[in-house]
Ligand binder design. Structure first.
Ligand code: ADP
Ligand code: MG
Length: 694
């Protein structure tokens, strides 16, 4: 139950004075449904209105506050022209203009013959000073209603800044003094304000310094949010541990046979990762481990061996891939290794319907199928496992926490292994999973040659195509990735189809295959098959298409408008080549005009292949929100904290949370009770349900 002190903050927006249902709905869209959401809606900029010159001294292009006598109103005969109001002070004339101005209203706020204070941006139009739609108009006796420094909030469609500011002030009036949930010594050492002071200052900046995410108020608020996040995650993990898992400790019989059938020896980091995974599985706690490994680092075989460990004990294991192609590919890799062992493995994707699906479901439910590979179709309600002991999720950043947990729920104490292809900076994994156990594959399988990466400008595309002719003669297979047009899938498709047609003109119909997101499963397979087994040598693809495909003969990748892709995404795409033992080349085709950030991104990529370096750079260049595509990744969205800037706070919050919960696991102590309040404030109510005396 939410504590009473927070009730005013969790009232609906329309409970605020001056906020009706229409405005409330618009604000809800921009900020959220409750009063507290308005508090989290922090200003981004300030407008300084303290400059109060005479009309003659006022500079065009600047925000000024002027005191003028109102003269004639001039309503336009043509509605397309502005309504003009002539005003002046002793030094000069100023015209106020309003497009589609309403005479009655304007005569009321700017009555001819009276003096008014107006504040807004001054412009020069045909040599005459003008102010279009002043931000503030007040009579002299209400001059103090024009703020000297005004906070500017992120744009909210349909709500004027004034209405928004008023609502936020009303929300601030409701903000109570809270019992302090931070450690006293820590607070003193940092010289941070109380929560109420912090939120008030954050909304009443006195200079641009107050807008900085590193100002004391903002740091305090960010820390509160991060601490709530870390407490919640730590609580969930503690509960998972309390619940316990199963001891899974196979006899090694299946694993030995598969290992000896592999055409290679495991790398050092594969061996280390496996021993960590086996260790977790053998412990009575439930495993939740992240396996991070760059593209091509060999995660699949690690997953397979872990799954076999579960099967050796008589249980089942499932591997979930983010897309159908990847699921099929995992199946194609894994199935041949299982057949000699007499193990049945089923595939389950959205495409499987009717009898095939029924048979697969039956095999899983009765336990005759020991392994399942599939997409999210694996965790639909009608899928039942006889005894699911291990779920492996090949994440590639596309699954949300929700799905992850759903699959876990298929087996009461199912161990979970989450594989991610793009290395994630530690601060980010912390926000998504808390202090998650994690294994890293750091060495690539031996024999890989480095990928040569070059950046070329778009006007050299013809040269690029000519270069491909040479590569094809040498027997290369080529990926051609088409520009990503975010706004429209249709455009993506048009781009890919256009490029496909161009390349056909150049290389002939047979040699160029096309694969894109709108294709049906069968068509995709056919296109992939043409590429892998011939006669196709060039595969034109949108990124919708899979980054996980493994075609060792593919040694060239062209990425058009590379600057439109994120660093991590480019890195993943590039990882599709360099998988065989031939030299590989990645050609990043860039547009003529590039932003500084885009330039730096492409440079990073041409300089390194180290996924961890790239991930850190990505965080630095873009900030956390964008990195994983927040919504899809299951990464929590922060309102006040910015992981790229507040990484240090995150680490402190993590320690703080662990320490507190070690001493006071059910948050019943003095500070514990206050921290409960913090959890409620940040709507981590679910975490509180994990406490014994919730
Ligand atoms: P990813 O980590 O991107 O999923 P994969 O598991 O698809 O990588 O492995 C990429 C390729 O490397 C596969 O062809 C796989 O058979 C091969 N591979 C995996 N481990 C090794 C190893 N220890 N030595 C040589 N090749 C390996
Ligand atoms: Mg993989």
């Amino acid at each position: 139950m939410r504590p009473e002190i927070l009730f005013p903050l969790f009232a609906k927006l329309d409970s605020l004075k001056g906020v009706g249902p229409r405005i409330a709905a618009l604000m809800e869209k921009a900020a959220g449904p409750h009063v507290v959401d308005l508090l989290w809606h922090l200003p981004r900029e300030i407008i300084d209105r303290r400059d109060r010159p005479t009309v003659a001294a006022a500079l065009p292009g600047k925000i000024v506050t002027l005191t003028v006598r109102v003269g004639r109103h001039e309503a336009p005969s043509d509605r397309r022209r502005p309504y003009r109001i002539h005003t002046a002070d002793d030094t000069g004339n100023l015209i106020l203009t309003y497009f589609r101005g309403d005479r009655k209203y304007l005569e009321q706020i700017l009555p001819p013959g009276e003096t008014r204070i107006v504040s807004g941006r001054l412009d020069l139009y045909n040599g005459i000073k003008q102010m279009a739609h002043p931000d503030h108009v007040q009579p002299l006796d209400r001059a103090d209603e024009i703020p000297g420094i005004e906070a500017v909030y992120p744009l909210t469609q349909g709500i004027t800044p004034k209405v928004l500011a008023k609502a936020i002030h009303a929300a601030l009036d409701r903000a109570p003094e809270m019992p302090e949930w931070l450690d006293d010594a820590f607070l003193k050492q940092r010289e941070w304000p109380t929560w109420r002071q912090a939120i008030t200052t954050a909304h009443a900046p006195e200079g641009s310094g107050d807008l900085s995410p590193l100002s004391r108020s903002r740091l305090r608020l960010a820390y509160d949010e991060l601490l709530a996040n870390q407490l919640a995650l730590t609580l969930v993990r503690m509960r998972a541990k309390r619940q316990g898992g199963q001891v899974i400790k196979g006899d090694g019989s299946l694993r030995r046979r598969v290992e000896s059938a592999l055409p290679f020896a495991l790398t050092g980091s594969q061996i280390t990762a496996l021993s960590e995974i086996y260790g977790d599985m053998a412990s009575p706690h439930r495993m939740l481990r992240l396996l991070q490994g760059d593209v091509g680092s060999g995660k699949t075989v690690v997953a397979l061996l872990a799954m076999l460990n579960a099967v050796e004990t008589g249980g089942q294991a499932a591997l979930m891939a983010p897309t159908e192609i990847l699921a099929r590919q995992h199946f194609d890799t894994i199935a041949p290794l299982l057949t000699p062992l007499g193990l049945k493995c089923v595939v389950l994707t959205g495409r499987d319907k009717g009898a095939v699906r029924r048979d697969a479901l039956a095999a899983l439910a009765e336990g005759s199928a020991k392994l399942a590979i599939g997409t999210h179709a694996l965790f639909q309600d009608d899928v039942e496992f006889r005894d699911l002991k291990l779920a492996v999720i090949d994440e590639q950043h596309r699954f949300g926490v929700h799905q992850r947990l759903t699959l876990g729920a298929k087996g009461a104490k199912t161990d979970m292994l989450v594989m991610t292809a793009t290395p994630i900076p530690r601060t980010l994994t912390m926000t998504a999973y808390g202090d998650l156990d994690s294994s890293r594959l750091t060495d690539k399988p031996p024999g890989r040659k480095p990928i040569k990466t070059v950046v070329v400008a778009h006007h050299r595309l013809t040269e690029v195509v000519d270069g491909l002719t040479r590569k094809l003669r040498e027997g290369a297979k080529i990926y051609w990735v088409c520009p990503l047009v975010e706004e429209s899938e249709t455009n993506d498709l048009a781009n890919a189809e256009g490029r496909h047609a161009d390349l056909i003109k150049h290389f002939g119909e047979d040699r160029v295959a096309l694969v894109h997101g709108r294709m049906k499963g069968k068509e995709k397979d056919a296109a992939m098959d043409r590429f892998v087994n011939g006669p196709g040598d060039i595969l034109v693809a949108t990124t919708v298409i899979e980054v996980g495909v493994n075609v060792p003969a593919a040694t060239v990748m062209v990425i058009e408008q590379a600057e439109r892709f994120g660093l991590a995404q480019l890195h993943q795409l590039r990882g599709r080549i360099g998988r065989g033992d031939a030299e590989s080349t990645c050609i990043l085709v860039r547009s003529e005009e590039l932003t500084q950030t885009a330039r730096e991104r492409l440079r990073t990529l041409s300089e390194t292949e180290d996924g961890f370096v790239i991930a850190e750079k990505d965080l630095e260049l873009r900030g956390a929100g964008e990195i994983l595509g927040t919504k899809q990744s299951g990464l929590p969205e922060f309102r006040l904290a910015d992981i790229a800037l507040h990484g240090e706070l995150m680490r402190i919050a993590n320690d703080d949370a662990k320490l507190v919960l070690e001493r006071d696991p059910d948050l019943t102590g003095d500070r514990g009770k206050r921290l409960r309040l913090l959890l409620y404030l940040f709507e981590r109510d679910a975490a509180i349900a994990n406490l014994k005396s919730g």
